[in-house]
Structure formats: C-alpha cells, structure tokens
Design a protein around this ligand. Sequence first.
Ligand code: HEM
Length: 223
Amino acid sequence: MSQLLNSSLARKYVMALSGLFLVIFLVLHVTINLASVLSPDFFNEASHFMGYNPLVQFIMQPILIAGVIVHFVMGFVLEAQNRKARGSVGYTRYKGSANASWVSRNMIYSGLVVLAFLGLHFYDFWIHEMAYKYVEANPEDPTRYYAETVEKFAPIWRTVLYVIAFVLLSLHLWHGFASSFQSMGMNNKYTPGIKRFAKAFALVVPLAFAFIAIYHHLNPITH
Ligand code: HEM
C-alpha cells in the first residue's frame, strides 16, 4: 500500500478518482439546491430525507468527508512533489506557460479557495445542522430547510464570497475534471467528447450554484 502511494502515477490516480467522486456529489447537491428555487416543498422533502436517512447520515456522509480529505491531502502532496521536480530541472526546462495553462499550474490556489469556501460553508450549514439534530436534540421539522437556506443569503457579503468561490470552483473543475480521465489512463476515440462535456460541466454547475445564491439574496422571505 505505502509503495503504491509512493508512486506519482498512483497519486495522480487517487486524485482523479476522488475528484470524480466529488463531481458526482456536486451533481446531487446542485440538483437538490435548484429545487430551493423551483419548488420549496420538494427542497424541504429532499433535505429532510438526506438529513435523517441513516444510510445518508452514517455511511454516505462519512464517505463524502473522507473523499474531500483524501482529495485535498493528496493535492498538497502532488503540489509539493511538483515543486521539488521543478526545482531539480531548473527554470530553463520548466517554462511555465509554455508547457501548461495558467489554470492547470494554479490548481493548488483554486483548490485552496474552494477549501476555504468549504470551511465557511460547513460553518453556515453543516455545523448548524449537527447542533440542531444531535446537540440540541430538537424534534424533526420537515418544513424548516427552505427558510433556513434563503435566510443565509440575506447578507450581501456571504452571497459575494460564495459567488467568488464558485468562479474559482469553475476554474478548478475546468482543468481538474477534464484531466482526470487522462490521469486514469483513458485515451480513446471518446476522450475529446468527454473532455468537452467536462468543460461544459465546469461552466454550467458553478453558474447554477451562483444563480441559486444570487436568487435567494434578491428574493428574501418576507414575514
Ligand atoms: C448556492 C450554493 C449552495 C447551497 C445553497 C448549499 C447548501 C447546502 C446545504 C443546505 C447543506 C446541508 C447541510 C446538512 O444538512 O448537513 C450543504 C451541505 C454541504 N455542501 Fe453545500 N451548498 C451550496 C454549494 C456547495 C458547493 C459548491 C460545494 C462544494 C464545492 C458544497 C459542498 C457541501 C458539502 C461537502 C456539504 C456537506 C454534505 C453533508 O451533509 O455531508 N456546497 N450545502
């Protein structure tokens, strides 16, 4: 196992696999969140199901958190390794933009912004949710999620921070999603089509998240 993780190829593979897993999570997350715009009742139902189903809470949620941790820890390891490699070949051989795009060279920075966003996001939603259910032990209320979500976007500062993070998420996915197939050794006649799909995904999904945040900011619940 340790030998496997020592190989740079294996590390790239783990990075690609955990990234693809997180992409699947994003599809589910953006779909449920879009319901907060299209159908508040469905959003409440779906959120309640996700929040109280034992399979989701005690199996899928820990796997998701493990996926996030594996992805960012391995990201740091790969970055450190790349810096070392660049150091040893010297600047004459590593010509930056001549060899790789700006986005691909700055994956660590776009990733760090997404990580910082996740810190704020966990504080905003997840910690509140854990405290509500497991610390305060409040009774189940399947109708509360919509209002709680909309209220989060009342302050302009949070809406702006979220939108900035979604722009960086888009850049991160733009390179990461498309190159994950290459990292896993895929190279056939479908590869160009898959890459085009990955780039479209990198634009559409963060745009949908930004739309949701801005929509709730502009349409507060009036009591
Ligand atoms: C407008 C955009 C977004 C909204 C309104 C939103 C809303 C939420 C809500 C309501 C929860 C549920 C907390 C809970 O019940 O446990 C949640 C959890 C979460 N969100 Fe988001 N989210 C947004 C964007 C994102 C993005 C872009 C990412 C990833 C880059 C993300 C990652 C997560 C993660 C990892 C969780 C924890 C899931 C879990 O409960 O295990 N979210 N979000």
